[in-house]
Write a protein that binds this ligand. Sequence first.
Ligand code: GDP
Ligand code: MG
Length: 602
Amino acid sequence: VPLDRIRNFSIIAHIDHGKSTLADRLIQRTGGLTDREMSAQVLDNMDIEKERGITIKAQTVRLDYKAKDGKDYVLNLMDTPGHVDFAYEVSRSLAACEGALLVVDAAQGVEAQTLANVYQSIEHDHEIVPVINKIDLPAAEPDKVKAEIEDIIGLPADDAVLASAKAGIGIDEILEAIVARIPAPKGDPAAPLKAMLVDSWYDPYLGVVILIRVVEGTIRKGQQIKFMQADTVHLVDRVGCFRPKIEQLGEMGPGEIGFITAQIKEVSQTAVGDTITDAKKPTAAPLPGFKEVQPVVFCGLFPVDAADFEKLRESLYKLRLNDASFSFEAESSAALGFGFRCGFLGLLHLEIIQERLTREYDLDLITTAPSVVYRLHLSHSKTEDAKVIELHNPADMPDPNRIDMIEEPWIEATIYVPDEYLGSLLKLCQDRRGIQKNLTYVGGRAQITYELPLNEVVFDFYDRLKSISRGYASFDYHQIGYREGDLVKMSIMVNGEPVDALSMIVHRGAAEARGRHMCERLKDLIPRHLFKIPVQAAIGGKVIARETIAAMRKDVTAKCYGGDATRKRKLLEKQKEGKKRMREYGNVNIPQEAFIAALRMG
Ligand code: GDP
Ligand code: MG
């Protein structure tokens, strides 16, 4: 394809502003799909994506478009993941494009996610075409939204396209704007091959499918290629594109986006952002911007039924075939038995994997408190030199006497919130050790920038933010590095024995409140036994909070006040059923629900 006939673009939008609907509409208008095939949203292909309305994996579609100038164009639409957890993938997808459609809901206006994505897009020197979507809604205020785009984002919005993806309004205008305003790619077809690995996934028929953007040179079937970061060589056995149905191509030149397969078995061999070159005639230097993705949030996953351990291992292994960004290794816990320590890109990523294990693999799981990665500076001991280690599991915390300093990861968060909820929101950020960096008003909304420790955010920050603002606040963040923190390991002891699954790293200032809260919770959650049970929170050997669960009388049915026999029987059955789901700890039976409930800090 001649370079001047190619346009590569992505769509950036806040969740629910209509990205997927518009993508489908563009595919339909350019003939990629029939009306019947359109019935299911094409670009969101996983159940969880559909339900949550977010895109987890990037997809791309090649559209053939005959423009009003009479010429035929190839438009590559790159869909990007829609969540902060996948920011690096987003950055690689954006790097594969020359422009972007900025879709803003005509009734909702500019939101935090829109901003974060648009700034990234600007960083990639994209030509940005604003599209004001949902103009069919009675609540649509396109002029107000135009003004927001200019004031908040600083982009000219005079020539924004007014559209309704749902009603099919403005679609031709959008296609024409893509051709006219987004620059054609550059590149030399005769140069040594240089292509970016944008994404990869496992397909049961094709093996690992690799989405690429050719920057220089040409890639063709039968070619020996080299992955420069991974330092591996493969033989290309397919070159093709998605329309969205698969179509094989003989070769791809500069500016083109499509896929290759090369008999690769696992996605872990294909790092997003890697540079693909010709093995025999390699390019001089790899593309800039490569980053190895590292999990940032860790937790333990344990099967409720110990017999499911092998099934859990197999399921994790299968999920990892398609997602190299999460990690797992076996661990054992006195409270929960055998399970796995898993690492994720963020909480949403954790939830997605957990949900898929539950839903697709039918596993009943317990998740331990999510933890971020701490850096411990250890002083030298008799046997070891001073060193810095990464701590992924509070249970592995070394003797505090050996720790010189603990560092924790910090984030910068951007929050948009309507005025009326601002006060409670500031309090939430303050309670979480936040440092306010900026506060500005835009329309009836406040835009706040805060620096926050990641460990204060991973538990329930997002839920709290949503409930405080009745869903109106939006939140976006990125990591800004490690800082020293006054952090301690808090252990929870039931009947004098530490319950490792409940131990967590907390800020010293918050430890007592957290500990008290946890003990109160557990007091309500752990059923009474025949003896008194102390529930304690402790730092080192020092108890900082304590509750006591009173002993109970022997006859559980006593509280039925005699009489009703069926009720008595039901109660006993229920108790029996409950037993199955309990773990014994220091002679105390703790129901699984108690672990989960205790970990949901309120
Ligand atoms: P995404 O999260 O940005 O991919 O948003 P979707 O494309 O999934 O759309 C979110 C919701 O908005 C869906 O219920 C769509 O049917 C609806 N929607 C999308 N475009 C329009 C539009 O132009 N007008 C109206 N009224 N609704 C729309
Ligand atoms: Mg979508």
